[in-house]
Design a protein around this ligand. Sequence first.
Ligand SMILES: [Fe+2]
Length: 361
Amino acid sequence: MKPSWIHVVKGRTARQARVGTIGTFHEELFGRAGFVGPTAMLYHGASPSELLRVEGDTRVRVGTVTQLATSDLDDARGDFEPLLVNSDLKIGISRRCVPMPYCYRNAVGDLLYFVHRGTGVFATEFGPIDYEPGDYILLPRGTTFRHLPADAEGIFYVVESRLPVRFTEHAQIGRHAPFDPAIITIPDVKDYGWPAQDEWELRVKHSAGHTSLFLSNCPIDLVGWKGDLFPFKINIRDIIPIMSDRIHLAPTAWCTFETDTALIVTFLPQTAVTDLTAEELPSNHRNIDCDEAVFIHADKMRPDGILLHLPQAIMHGSKQGDRDAFQATRTTSMRRELTGVSVDAFEPLQPTDAFRNIAGG
Ligand SMILES: [Fe+2]
């Protein structure tokens, strides 16, 4: 979507949107393509977020995933549980705590794991990737691996993307922010020393289901590899968020990964806006071109392990009472504490029955 350089001002508006507006304006961001397309800041006479009720199926849904009964919770042949899906994405939760006794290959899409809880290793053909909470692990479509959890605590926010997942390039700030690209962990080949077997099962996931191939040799047996297609990990502690102490940046500033039809944004603790007349809370916005699937990894304000679905065209933002209460306690030294991952999908996401069950319908 090409930007337009035609900007028009009608009626009474703030000199700069989001800045010096507290107590004076009720702003709503109306924009295309998430936050990067053509946009208008709308100035309401009253708060636009005072939702009384919804009649219809499309609504904000919130569910806690920490007790979700995924099929991979106690069955090594189970899979992650899709909660929000469209034609390009399956977004869900894995609670795998039983090691895969087979080798695995996903032919449906790239797999991006975000580790909410648990430790273990993805034993890939490229080499082992040890994991801990806060890790993103990207397994390109077709990578052969075994997921070997080390404990029973594992909770993983999983994005299966038909389209390749790549890093977002924040081109105008150079190569060393929001992280130094050299910080990613790329596996090196390893002889895992697994005992000899008469046959090795390679379990392949296609869109129609799983198929098992039985091989005489272990498919994870590389003695070397080279190229620019490989699995890797990065921990969110190594992401240094782009920030401003004068304006609440649009979430695209915190985008870590993207596909042609989705953004994957990492929310991290950071300095809050210090100008007490500028908005610190997110804009009221109606998200007309994307659905958001926001996973809460850690937050002082609420329990962890919450998944929120914020659909297109449904306003979200804080109610005026919450904004007023926040403003009353706000200080110039305040920090944001939320850690989370948001998948912003350009095609609508449909809630699955599993998500409806934990979200109350
Ligand atoms: Fe949003």
